[in-house]
Write a protein that binds this ligand. Structure first.
Ligand code: GUN
Ligand code: ZN
Length: 456
């Protein structure tokens, strides 16, 4: 198949690649075998049938690295910070996943909605329920999305209906991993999912780390999201130097580890994360919604930390990664604006020495870098996400040798007057800041069309 359309991708945080009249060849195995200017590509493939999609644009599929599928029905339950929000709104929704039929129906809706908004790769928390987790895997297998999924593990500090014993949690998780990890040529993968340190015993975390190692599976959990949570972790793990050190001690860090949030991190923790090759998942809409804080994203990136993007539904109110990209830019700008004000105020405090000012700047994680822009956010949501999953050589680019995970986007939906434009930077900025739910016309994973907007 030779597709004709404009091609847009972001190979790095600063770089946009655009082909106004592009051609993309996808083979029967779902790989991109040729890409570039349409004239040149079509000349290399004489006689190949052309699917002319103009004026639509082709973008790499979006990667949502952190979301809770069972929380979909509880999105936008406002008014509380993390810990009381979990108790009041989230645990009751997760308890309902004891009903396998409800889990399956929610999964079907969730995955369809995610694809319709451009997510072709999703990393999901299920609940503690093995049957529900299995149903989510089955629905992901059927609809064609690329997914990393894990049964949430909790053996303490959870309501009775969501608390497991340690052995059962490890056994059920291992069984699910054996059944699903690597299924369909690696399209589906397993993540051992100890929810977060407060809801896991030491034995559970140790066991999860060992099993992930044994099967080459992912590990996902939450890290340093909320100040109350940090205090609780300090009380529960007095032997650890920090929140990050808890996970290090129990063998949960490494290049297959995805850590949600990571907002409040001391320099020593950042060093451990960097050296272990662990990945932080920035969830800006959730961080705003639960008033958790604003990640110093540019500072973390500048220090060499690996960071991807996630919606964190249901603390994030939307499944749209376009919207999440916009939220990431807005959060970065707000942090920068606050910093400008703080720095100005600091300079006006009488009697502060330069040394004291530097100490304050360090404590506030002040960041000299400019705010994240749409190109950077697009990179994080595509190639950056692929790299966090160890798929940087397969996903996130529109180039030969990469898997054909891509979106067909109607850029007119983001234009106030519904016009076509050839200014890639401005169009991208509009896609990100005006994330219209009708942008995506079709979504492909490994060349298979998994979503198609009817009527186009
Ligand atoms: N920390 C532990 N569990 C959760 C959760 O479900 N959502 C968020 N945002 N943070 C968590
Ligand atoms: Zn989360």
């Amino acid at each position: 198949m030779l597709i004709r359309a404009s091609l847009l991708s972001a190979p790095s945080l600063q770089e946009l690649r655009f082909e106004a009249d592009g051609g993309l060849v996808v083979d029967g195995k779902g790989s991109i075998t040729d890409a570039g200017a349409f004239e040149a590509v079509s000349a290399r493939h004489p006689g190949m049938v052309v699917e002319d999609l103009r004026p639509f644009w082709i973008l790499p599929g979006l990667v949502d690295l952190h979301a809770h599928l069972p929380q979909y029905e509880a999105v936008a339950a406002d008014g509380l910070e993390l810990l009381p929000w979990l108790e009041r709104h989230i645990f009751p929704a997760e308890a309902r996943f004891a009903d396998g039929a409800h889990a399956r129906a929610t999964a079907r809706t969730y995955l369809r909605d995610a694809l319709s908004l451009g997510t072709t790769t999703t990393v999901l928390y299920a609940t503690i329920h093995a049957e529900a987790t299995d149903a989510i895997f089955q629905e992901a297998e059927a609809c064609g999305i690329r997914a990393v999924i894990g049964k949430t593990m909790m053996d303490r500090h959870a309501p009775g209906s969501l608390r497991e014993d340690t052995e059962t949690s490890l056994r059920d998780s291992e069984e699910l991993c054996r059944a699903w990890h690597g299924r369909d040529g690696g399209r589906l993968q397993y993540a051992f999912t100890p929810r977060f340190a407060p809801s896991c015993s030491r034995e559970l975390m140790l066991g999860a780390g060992r099993l992930a190692q044994k099967y080459g599976a992912f590990i996902q959990t939450h890290l340093a999201e909320n100040l109350q949570e940090l205090e609780w972790v300090r009380e529960l793990f007095p032997e650890a130097d920090s929140y990050t050190d808890v996970y290090r001690r129990f063998g949960l860090l490494g290049s297959r580890t995805l850590l949600g949030h990571g907002i409040h991190l001391a320099p020593a923790e950042r060093r451990v994360l960097r050296e272990s090759g662990s990945h932080l998942i920035h969830c800006p809409s959730s961080n705003a919604f639960l008033q958790s804080g604003i990640m110093p994203l540019r500072k973390w990136l500048g220090e060499g930390l690996s960071v991807g993007l996630g919606t964190d539904v249901g603390a994030g109110p939307s499944l749209s990664m376009f919207r999440e990209m916009g939220e990431a830019c807005t959060a970065s700008k707000l942090r920068r604006a606050a910093q400008t004000v703080q720095t100005a105020r600091l300079s006006q405090v009488p009697g502060l020495s330069e040394e004291q000012k530097l100490l304050v700047a360090g404590a506030l994680d002040l960041d000299p870098q400019p705010a994240l822009d749409a190109v950077g956010a697009f990179h994080l949501a595509t190639r950056g996400g692929a790299e966090a999953l160890g798929l940087g050589d397969r996903l996130g680019r529109l180039e030969p040798g990469f898997d054909a995970d891509f979106l067909v986007v109607d850029i007119r939906q983001a234009d106030p007057l519904k016009r076509v434009s050839a200014d890639p930077a401005h169009v991208l900025s509009r896609l990100v800041y005006r994330s219209d739910p009708h942008l995506v016309q079709a979504a492909y994973v490994r060349g298979r069309r998994c979503f198609h907007r009817s009527g186009t």
